[in-house]
Ligand binder design. Structure first.
Ligand code: XUL
Ligand code: MN
Length: 355
């Protein structure tokens, strides 16, 4: 226990990218089966370096498949072996997320289930995810609170549910001295209403926890948009609190299912503003990675089933150039003069590549 490094560093303005194995997907949706063949985990690992990615994001059972059927000791042994594979490939494990939404025991949510025994399962599984992270040599745990919410509002006591959530977070912090928890807020899907729908909710829980310095957030573009919020303002809020420890950049075309489109594909100006906020906030200087939670679309052929990752990374890098070449003096002049039409024109012409 407690093998993980406590302090990571990075170069300001030099971005490192990550994704998870689920981002190379087979195209199944709630209305139809897979449209592509599965890709073996070992083959997915080869994609990372080839496309210029440095970090691997894991669900606990991406790292150790079938973990419910294994002893803790053999889970840890398998995670340790995987850590060595990653090292040999020159890859860094960015985070481990307990997958609490597929097991029958989490049908009513894990941490906020009404059943004490099932809440205990959720906590035990999360502690195992922490052991996996430790064995991999990574200090970040992501909590996407998938089923912590309701379809039938009266089926849970929301106030008590937040007490359960806080208690689960404290148990995780207590389990390991260095592990950090990053809450990934999402307002809905699969739930009608999820608890902790925004980064503000997540950060307020962080401050109530037994070690606020070890609870922060991961912001996903699409999730912020599903909450009707501007992703760059959500990111700025977390940066202000020094609690933006990862991002899931992607895009979302309005209020519908979570689309996980390519970064910048739905709204270039919002993408520009996200990169601008990350640049200005020094994102990456403490080793934070630029995660791309983008998915292979159902209609994409087997060939090119990783092009969305390469493209999203490229769109991010092109947007970094746009941010760095934006005429800040002209911007300051327009703001000083309160010439907001002028400012708007400056932004749009810059995005369109005009002088
Ligand atoms: C769900 C989502 C997940 C998390 C990791 O919408 O974004 O992929 O990022 O479990
Ligand atoms: Mn995500």
């Amino acid at each position: 226990m407690a093998k993980v490094q406590t302090k990571a560093t990075g170069d300001r303005g030099k971005y490192r990218f990550s994704f998870g194995p689920w981002n190379i997907s087979e195209g199944a949706d709630p209305f139809g089966p897979q449209t592509r063949d599965p890709v073996a985990f070992a083959s997915k690992l080869k994609v990372y370096r080839k496309l210029g990615f440095a970090g691997v994001q894991f669900h606990d059972d991406d790292a150790v498949p079938d973990l419910n059927r294994l002893s803790r000791q053999s889970v840890v042994a398998k995670a340790t072996a995987l850590g060595k594979v990653l090292k040999n490939e020159g890859l860094e494990p960015e985070f481990v997320a307990p997958r609490l939404w597929e097991d029958p025991r989490t049908i009513d949510g894990g941490y906020t289930s009404n059943s004490p025994a099932l809440r205990q399962y959720a906590v035990d599984r999360s502690l195992l995810a922490i052991d996996i992270a430790d064995a991999l040599g990574c200090r970040n745990i992501v909590l996407w609170l998938a089923r912590e919410g309701t379809y039938i509002r009266e089926s849970k006591n929301a106030r008590v549910a937040h007490e359960y959530l806080l208690s689960a977070i404290n148990k995780m912090l207590n389990h390991h001295p260095y592990i950090r928890i990053m809450i990934e807020p999402k307002p809905n899907e699969p739930m009608d209403h999820a608890y902790v729908p925004t980064i503000g909710h997540a950060i307020s829980l962080a401050y109530l926890s037994m070690d606020p310095n070890r609870v922060g957030g991961l912001i996903e573009t699409a999730h912020a948009k599903l909450a009707g919020l501007d992703p760059s303002d959500e990111m700025a809020f977390a940066l202000f609190h020094k609690k933006l420890w990862s991002v899931h950049l992607n895009d979302q075309n309005g209020l519908k299912f979570d689309e996980d489109k390519n970064f910048g594909a739905a709204n270039l100006r919002e993408a520009f503003n996200q990169v601008r906020v990350l640049e200005e906030g020094g994102y990456g200087s403490e080793g934070e990675m630029v995660g791309l939670d983008v998915k292979t679309f159902r209609t994409q052929k087997q060939t090119n089933n990783t092009a969305h990752l390469a493209n999203s990374k490229r769109f991010f890098e092109l947007m970094v150039r746009k941010v760095r070449t934006f005429d800040r003096k002209a911007e300051a002049r327009f703001i000083k003069d309160r010439d907001y039409e002028g400012l708007e024109r400056l932004v749009i012409e810059h995005l369109l590549g005009l002088k």
